[in-house]
Each structure stands twice: as C-alpha cells, then as structure tokens.
Write a protein that binds this ligand. Structure first.
Ligand code: FAD
Ligand code: PYC
Length: 417
C-alpha cells in the first residue's frame, strides 16, 4: 500500500494523477475464510481492520449486499461524543473517542475528525436536572462535560436564539468540547483500505441469504447471492438488518428497526461553529466543511424497512431548527434521506457472542453508532479472535434483556428517539 503524503500528492500532480492505486481490491470470494463479517459499514470494516492489525487474522471476508459504506455509515449526521450516563457506556464510547483522536494517522487516511464541541440544550427544569446528572456522571468517569448558562451557550454558538420569548427557551446547556464530527465516508474508506492492504477480502454486491449450521449447532458458513462461503466464525454487523440475519441462524433478537432521517441545506459560509442538539425539541445541527447545514430528525414512530421516512418528521425538525436559529428561516433545503436503525429496549448496543457457537453479533447501535465505530471494531475484533469479550464490551450482552441488567441510555440517545 502506497503511503499518502504531501510528497505523494506532489509526485502525482507532476504525472497527471495516473499513479494512484485502487484503494481496496475486489477479489472473487474464496470457498472458505477463517472469519466472515456480514456488512461493510464502518463497524464491520473496523472489525476486519483490527482482526488483521491487532490479532494477525487476515484470512477474513467482509460481505456486503450493496456498496461499501452505503448503509447507515454513509447516511448519518456524523456526531461524535461520549457523554452517556452509565459507567459501561463511558467505557465503550470514550474508548472510541480516544481512538478518533489519531485515527487519521493510524489509517494514513484523513477522516476529518473535528473536535468542535457538542452542545446539548436544556429547555426546562427537568432538562437541566437530566443534563447536569450526565455532566456529573461523566466527570466521575474522567470524561469532559461542562455546564453553560444560556449566555455562555450563545457565546459558544453565536447564531443560537436564547430569547426568553421562545416557545422552548434555552435555559442552559451541557458542552462536551472533545465531541465533534468526522467525515463518514472517509471512515469506511480508510478502514477498507487498511484492511484490504493486509489481505482482507471486501466483497461487495454479495448478499447473505442464509446462515449454515452443523449438526452440533456451530456455524459452518453463509449462503450468499454468490454461492456458499465457509467459515467457522461469522460476525454479523448489519445495523438495521441485524435481526433479519440473526433470524437466519435461528436467533431472535431484542431489536426493532425504524427509519431515521436527515437533511442538508444549500451551502453557506461558516456560521455554526459546533454541534448543537436539543433532545426536547428533537433537532440537531452542525455545518459540513462544504458549508451545508447538516440537520437531523427523530425516528418515525413505527417500525419499517423503508428508507424514506415520513415527511412530517422533517417538517417538525425544521420548525424546531427555525425556532432555535431564526437566522436560518429563509434557508433552502437541498436533499433528505433515511437509514434503518436497529433499536434495543435500553438504547445500548449488543456486542457479544451468541447462543450459536462461532456466531457473534455487533448491533443495536440504533441512532447513535457512528461515534463508536473505532472502539466498537476494536473490541469486537477481540471478541471474535479470542472467542471471549473484551472487558469493555463484556456488559453489552444479549442476556441482559433476560436478566434485567439493562444499560438504559434512553436519555443520552434521546435526540433521535
Ligand atoms: P451500516 O453502515 O448500516 O452497515 C451495515 C451494512 O450491512 C450495510 O452496508 C448493509 O448494506 C449491510 N447488510 C445488511 N444486510 C446484509 C446482508 N443480508 N448481506 C450483506 N450485507 C448486509 N450515529 C452517531 O453516532 N452520530 C450521528 O450523528 C448519527 N446520525 C445518524 C443519522 C441518520 C439519518 C442515521 C440513519 C443514523 C445515524 N447514526 C448516528 C447512527 C449510525 O449511522 C449507525 O449506528 C452506524 O453507522 C452503524 O454502523 P454499522 O457499520 O453498524 O452499519
Ligand atoms: O447519537 O449523537 C447521536 C446522534 C445525533 C444524531 C443522531 N444520533
């Protein structure tokens, strides 16, 4: 793999950019691999990358029914933060946040991680209590989070409306300065390039249609639209379709799949310097490097595999944005889209072994998994390689929905629920 550097750019500029290599290869599937990962989103690709780099397991295939990064990884609003409530969540989300810092260097690929700060607004006394509880819990876990007055919030984000006449006035905010955004496609592409260079096969347009098990119940491989592919270990990392694939192996998952939408405006000069989220009015906003306002909505209220979502959700979101930022009232929206998110009852993910020997699952990130991509891939690779969870993901089992040992992050995930 050729290293990307300023010298490489200069060299290629001199020869008409004819020497750039393919970023990842597109091999024909082999008959058998040591590990198959189902789903070439950020989490699946990161898992393959860390299997190769940390555990030396390179006989790996990542099977993707569409194109790499075309699922939620390429559809999300790229908000990164680790300000969740419980110790277990602090463990996994801050593990990821630490990996974001340095990921471009690790991958030799600019993922454009920008720690511009994530500010969560409070609009009433109850919001203040909930957000302050998160600030205190985070600080006990060594995670930065601080309380701002409305005036300090406006100083941090000048276009924010803090008028007391608003329907839901801003009465304070919690700010995580290390939070921010990254370029979603680049995360998938960077992990794909790094994994492919180490021998991982990334096979696009290859839909998994069945999971094969031996008489003793153990996994033997998967049926796909390109034929049977064998493996003694299969990791399912298929976001909104996780329960569909797990069902093929006879495992019923505690998941519901919902459409979640986002939209972007026409591009304008830099005006929103950070990420602003309001759980109460259900809206969040940041500005991309192209200048588009990146705006997100809540999920539809009914389960569905339709990637369109309801128009009223977008209208509701834009009402909220215009109230928080009257300056944007005359902006034009360019496009909107949806993704299918897999939501668990406690809004925390599942990264675990399953009752089927050789079958592992990484899912249930719901509306908030992009931020966790590096950490999730890192600990899931450990789980598959050692057939034993990493201490960081050990609490995120399927069994917790039977034992009741839930990790209830509904308030931390609230903006999109
Ligand atoms: P995906 O990227 O969806 O990858 C799963 C892959 O599996 C897909 O490419 C799919 O095609 C493939 N697949 C499915 N079935 C099969 C099959 N049978 N065979 C082969 N392949 C299959 N999170 C945040 O942290 N911050 C945010 O700001 C944020 N905003 C969001 C906004 C929207 C509109 C949406 C939809 C989500 C948002 N999320 C956010 C959530 C985040 O996008 C996801 O949690 C995360 O991207 C999941 O990554 P993944 O790699 O698991 O899934
Ligand atoms: O988890 O931070 C988040 C998020 C923002 C928008 C959607 N999810």
């Amino acid at each position: 793999m050729k290293k990307y550097s300023v010298f490489a750019i200069a060299r290629e500029a001199m020869r008409g950019h004819k020497g750039w290599e393919e970023q990842w290869s597109s091999p024909e599937p082999k008959k058998e691999y040591d590990v198959i990962i189902v789903g070439a989103g950020g989490h699946g690709l990161a898992t393959a990358y860390y299997l190769a780099t940390v555990h030396g397991i390179t006989n790996v295939a990542v099977l993707e029914k569409g194109w790499l990064g075309g699922g939620n990884t390429g559809r999300n609003t790229t908000i990164i933060r680790s300000n969740y409530l419980y110790d277990e969540s602090a463990g996994i989300y801050d593990h990821a946040l630490k990996l974001w810092d340095g990921l471009s260097q690790e991958l030799n690929y600019n993922v454009m991680y920008s720690a511009r700060g994530v500010m969560m607004l409070a609009h009433n006394v109850h919001d203040i209590q909930v957000l302050k509880r998160h600030v205190h819990a985070n600080r006990l876990n060594g995670i930065d989070n601080e309380w701002l007055t409305p005036e300090q919030a406006k100083e941090f984000c000048p276009p924010l409306n803090i008028s007391k006449q608003a329907r839901y006035p801003v009465v304070g905010a919690a700010l995580q300065r290390r939070g921010g955004t990254a370029r979603h496609d680049a995360v998938a592409w960077g992990y794909a390039r790094g994994a492919s260079a180490r021998g991982v096969h990334i096979i696009q347009n290859c839909e998994v249609t069945g999971v094969k098990r031996a008489a003793n119940g153990a996994v033997t491989g998967v049926e796909t639209t390109r034929g049977f592919i064998g493996a003694k270990k299969v990791g399912v990392v298929a976001a909104g379709h996780s329960s569909v694939i797990m069902n093929m192996a006879g495992v019923r998952m505690p998941l519901e799949s919902y459409p979640l939408q986002a939209l972007v405006s026409e591009p304008v000069k830099p005006v929103v310097p950070c990420v602003v989220m309001s759980n109460t009015v259900h809206a969040y906003i940041s500005q991309s490097d192209k200048g588009e306002l990146v705006i997100g909505a809540g999920t539809d209220q009914y389960v569905s595999y339709s990637q369109t979502g309801g128009l009223h959700i977008l209208q509701h979101t834009l009402d909220a944005i215009c109230e928080m930022f009257p300056i944007f009232t005359r902006m034009k929206m360019l496009r909107s889209w949806g993704g299918i998110v897999d939501v668990t009852p406690d809004r925390s993910p599942i990264l675990a072994k399953t009752p089927v020997p050789g079958l592992y699952v990484n899912c249930g990130w719901g509306t908030g998994g992009f931020k966790a991509t590096p950490g999730s891939g890192h600990v899931f690779a450990h789980t598959i390689a050692r057939d034993d969870p990493h201490p960081i993901n050990a609490p995120f089992t399927i069994e917790r929905f039977r034992t009741g040992r839930l990790i209830d992050e509904a308030a931390a995930a609230a903006v999109a629920h």
